[in-house]
Design a protein. Sequence first.
Length: 367
Amino acid sequence: MKSFLTGICLGLCLVSCSPEQEPPLPAVADAADGKAIVEANCTGCHALDGRGKTAEIPNLAAQPADYLVNAIHAYSEGGRHHAALQDLFAGFSESDVQDISAYFSGLPPLQVEAGGETAYREGAEAGAYCTGCHGAHGVSTTAGIPSLAGQQPAYLIMATQEYARGDRGHAEKAEMLQGLGEVDIEKMAMYFASQAPEPREAPPFGDPVAGEPLTAICGSCHGASGVSLDPLVPSLAGQEPVYLVNSIKAYRDEKRSHEDMVTERTDAEIESIAAFYSIQAAGSAVEPGDQAGKVIEKCQRCHGRGAVNPNMVVPVLNGQKKDYLLRVMKQYRDDERGSSMMHKMSSGYSDSLLEEIAAHYASQPAD
């Protein structure tokens, strides 16, 4: 019996492995047929050269065929939610999907669209009316008005939002800020944070040498020599000295409150502390594009520097529509688009940072 079964198994193996019984090779995708399908079904949103017809419709030209196939399947199977596309793709055969993907992937890369200012340049525009009081590039030359240049961006965002809500009791400033949205505030903060304060001469009051030892306890929050490393604590180095005097006195006299502020200082001590901090060297808190550049380095591990990683089924980002990229990255961040890895990577990124990344990729050549 054992020999009989062995003989059957060998026979089956021989039959299944014989040349006459090999499975047929998959049909070669036909880009010409794909073009015909695109012309009949897709040109309401995508031009024949693969360009999206609105800012939020992606360019498909030169995208990897495997990625396009997976994307179409995701829509047709409900993995990505778009009612019109789900209905459309449900009527396509697998051959249609392969042909469409072959057509778009075989198109030449599109030329990079002009424009796409970075968030830093847009931040300069958003903060233009601030410079009337806070000085050009946020470097104050007016007694009692603080510099914004080189300040921690998170602190600037927090302080600006508090002024806008009226929490800091400055009605005029609150009214000025009403026209700014959250993204505008983020851009403005990143712009001022990227500026470097200019060196100051010692003020005509106080003694910087006497002030230095008085700042020992201040440094635990505001950093050595007043350069803060805490994103929510302001830097004091290079700050306008009269503003520093007024602020420290306001805490001492309980006109402003903070549980960690040391307030038992005389006027002379406060003036010396302010004199010391005002002449300390300070640089920019961030470099333009610095944070975005670090994130882009992570993106390039999969999406590459122009050409995608051949071992991964991912889209080309270079030359893609800025608005489309921004929308998709927000969806990943907010867990509205199906990819747990992308959600984890982008969780916590601000809108302005995502816009900076989108602007970078939109400005890069696709080939």
